[in-house]
Design a protein around this ligand. Structure first.
Ligand SMILES: [Zn+2]
Length: 233
């Protein structure tokens, strides 16, 4: 696929569709593929991981036309993104809110920085799948029927792929990040677990602790390839 010159990469030149609305009423946007969706890539289900939105947006803006096979969600949690919070506007960690067999009602603990203790409290939601953003993402996936999903996160610096798939190995090789079978701590109600229970392969692409400039140099080329190349799994 032909790519736009850098001078023209300031805007996304085609329209998104709203696949729902956030709790605050912000449209949940998807940039659809021209052909059948084989891959969905989403960013910022954790609102404090805005570097994933910026990198994925930059990758999308390289394209002259929508991806033939890949749908893109730049912000799965727009309320958290505009407020700078990990959770949504109701204080729910959306990546602990999916209706999985291991969903728990216990508070979700996370670290304010990578070296801090896990002591900041969020909610997993009142019930599994309680949040509008969670429900909308599930309905979008049911509609698109992608063969795989890549979920962008930060800052654990790894490619989490319990299936050890060709797609996961390719992202690990291209990004230089280690391929791991899990992130090393329990994540009840996580999107990846929901995917596994739906037999939907999910690769979690965790950027490291890097500046936006480094993310643009290191990860945007990988994401551009992901959007434009024929996919493998
Ligand atoms: Zn995250």
């Amino acid at each position: 696929m032909k790519l736009r010159p850098r001078q023209e990469q300031g805007t996304i030149p085609w329209q998104s569709d709203a696949y729902g609305h956030s709790h605050l009423g912000i449209p949940l946007e998807v940039w659809r593929s021209t052909g059948p969706c084989r891959l969905l890539v989403f960013a910022a289900i954790h609102g404090e991981e805005g570097e994933t939105t910026t990198a994925l947006s930059k990758a999308l803006r390289h394209l002259t036309e929508p991806s033939p096979h890949c749908a893109v969600v730049l912000a799965a949690n727009p309320d958290g993104l505009i407020r700078g919070t990990r959770g949504n506007a109701r204080g729910v960690d959306l990546n602990r809110n999916f209706p999985t067999s291991d969903w728990q009602s216990d508070p979700v603990l996370h670290r304010s920085t990578l070296d801090a203790p896990r002591d900041v409290t969020l909610s997993p939601g009142d019930t599994p799948g309680s949040e509008l953003e969670t429900q909308a993402l599930i309905l979008l996936i049911r509609e698109l029927e992608p063969e795989a999903v890549v979920a962008l996160h930060a800052p654990l610096a790894c490619i989490d792929d319990p299936n050890n798939s060709d797609l996961g190995r390719w992202i690990a090789e291209r990004s230089g990040l280690p391929l791991v079978p899990d992130v090393g701590y329990p994540t009840p109600g996580a999107f990846g677990t929901w995917g596994a229970e739906q037999r939907l392969p999910v690769v979690t692409y965790e950027f490291g602790l890097i500046t936006p400039d480094d993310a643009a140099r290191k990860h945007v080329p990988v994401l551009v390839e992901l959007l434009t190349r024929p996919i493998q799994q």
